[in-house]
Write a protein that binds this ligand. Structure first.
Ligand code: G3H
Ligand code: 13P
Ligand code: ZN
Length: 311
């Protein structure tokens, strides 16, 4: 099995009422933890790489690790650029073997977003690569950019048909109340997703794959473990898994999860270091860290995505 695009995955996910997990990767242990979980669950998979991940690990290293995971598991895996900022980074990832890119023009005016997204689509499609666009602005932290709550904006359903037709994008990320990072809601706030906006968009774009970013649930026991072993994370609230499971049954075909994996890895490392102060072989502490990633991904495949057995 070679790397695949998301076209077939999304078609089956839409029809089957489930979603594909898109997990961010930064190093070998994260890639192995995610792909081992997906292999055991026989789940199709999207491994996504941010600009920050490319800077940290380098494009070539991540590509080779992902190719090794494909050979090792035999799974259909798409490799996707997460939050491409401009045409150049999208082109570089397309030329470097990615099967899918996101051009995130959500911070631009509508017309400029269309122009930029179309430029990427034209190039990507000429190379057999698919493109995710975005309309609406999520709150939260992404790379070095921090979108304040007051600057966040739900997607306007009245804009989606024009955006999709004019650009030719293959999937669309929308803002319905999810946000990036571990602090999605303030203490005391009740998490809420705008399913009414999602439904409206689904009616206007029949059979079209929708993407949800910022879909970590920030499970309290992991925050508690971080804090028990010397961490200082403030109270964090994410999107409840049942809400995301409901979204996965609709037109939502791709759900992005990063923070929950980071949190699981950090909690495990902190605990391990505290309980084994004499250990200094990286393999000793990275082994449980990798298992923590694997367990978290399995949890998401079962509780949120519903895509076990669909590979
Ligand atoms: O949405 C952003 C992802 O969580 C990736 O984060 O840009 O820090 O790698 P990053
Ligand atoms: P979380 O921060 O909620 O995990 O979102 C990740 C994401 O949207 C990556 O694009
Ligand atoms: Zn995102």
């Amino acid at each position: 099995m070679a790397l695949v695009t998301t076209t077939e995955m999304f078609r089956k996910a839409y029809e089957g009422g489930y979603a594909i997990g898109a997990f961010n990767v930064n190093n070998m242990e994260i890639i192995q933890g995610i792909t081992e979980a997906a292999a055991e669950e026989k789940a199709p998979l999207i491994l996504q790489v941010s600009a920050g991940a490319r800077k940290y690990a380098k494009h070539g290293y991540l590509m080779k690790l992902i190719e090794a995971a494909v050979a090792d598991t035999g799974l259909p895996i798409a490799v996707h650029l997460d939050h491409g900022d401009d045409f150049e980074i999208c082109k570089s990832c397309i030329d470097g073997g990615f099967t899918s890119v996101m051009i995130d023009g959500s911070k631009h005016a509508f017309e400029d977003n269309i122009r930029l997204t179309k430029q990427v689509v034209d190039y990507a499609h000429s190379k057999g690569v698919v493109v995710e666009g975005e309309l609406g602005k999520l709150a939260g932290v992404e790379d070095d950019v921090n979108v304040a709550d007051e600057d966040a904006q739900f997607t306007d359903p009245a804009e989606v048909e024009e955006f999709v037709t004019q650009t030719g994008v293959d999937s669309l990320a929308i803002a319905i109340g999810t946000s990036h990072g571990a602090y999605k809601f303030k203490p005391g706030q009740t998490p809420r997703l705008r399913f009414d906006i999602l439904e409206d968009i689904q009616k206007r774009l029949p059979n079209f794959p929708i993407v949800l970013h910022g879909a970590s649930s920030v499970i309290p026991e992991f925050v508690a473990t971080v804090n028990q072993y010397g961490g200082r994370m403030p109270d964090a609230i994410g999107i409840p898994e049942e809400m995301l499971r409901q979204a996965a049954k609709s037109a939502v075909c791709k759900i992005n999860i990063d923070s929950d994996l980071r949190l699981a890895m950090t909690a495990t490392l902190r605990e391990y270091m505290a309980l084994h102060p004499d250990h200094f072989d990286p393999r000793q502490y990275l082994t449980p860290a990798r298992t923590a990633i694997k367990d978290m991904v399995k949890r998401k495949l079962v509780n949120v995505l519903g895509c076990s057995g669909k590979a």
